[in-house]
Design a protein. Structure first.
Length: 173
């Protein structure tokens, strides 16, 4: 049973408690044992803060990814083992999207260049000891633009940069 006072929560090692009374903004919700803060107020505050500080959010997410790479990798592998049908569904969908963005007019040399980009990423990963990705400069399915899977739209970059970049495209000023 959840404690009803902050004192009980702290004494029992709980992270939350519920008084049943409204906070100063009128929310009847759990509160944080550490600060006594209403969780609804906290969530609203975080949404506003994230909207006003996108660079800090990106920096935090990148740092978390770098610091917890092994933990994330283990979690993903466990999930994939437990959900093989979902993995297959997502993999096939991604392959289909890429295939649809692969123009029929590509020459054999251009296809070879694409293969070389993936080999370079694998070689750099082995040499440097951290993940390198083949990134589409113009995303295959961006919000504002859509690129093609051609050698002229590929670059080999560190995995952390690719994750940070996500599906975005920045227009040069």
């Amino acid at each position: 049973m959840m404690p009803s006072t902050r004192k009980e929560a702290l004494a029992g090692g709980y992270k939350r408690y519920f008084t049943g009374a409204a906070c100063v903004r009128g929310h009847v919700a759990d509160r944080r044992a550490k600060t006594g803060e209403c969780l609804v107020c906290r969530a609203k505050h975080l949404v506003v803060w994230r909207k006003n500080n996108p660079e800090s959010v990106k920096q935090h997410n990148t740092t978390q990814y770098v610091n917890h790479t092994e933990k994330i990798k283990t979690h993903v592998q466990k999930w994939a083992k437990e959900n093989p049908a979902k993995v297959l569904t997502y993999t096939r969908a991604a392959q289909t999207k890429k295939r649809m963005r692969n123009p029929k007019w590509l020459t054999a040399d251009e296809k070879w260049m694409i293969g070389q980009a993936y080999e370079l990423a694998a070689l750099r990963t082995k040499m440097f000891g951290f993940s390198w990705h083949v990134d589409h400069i113009i995303p295959l399915q961006g919000k504002t633009v859509s690129g093609l899977h051609t050698p002229y739209n590929l670059q080999v970059i560190p995995g952390t940069e690719n994750v940070r970049k996500s599906n975005s495209f920045e227009v040069a000023a």
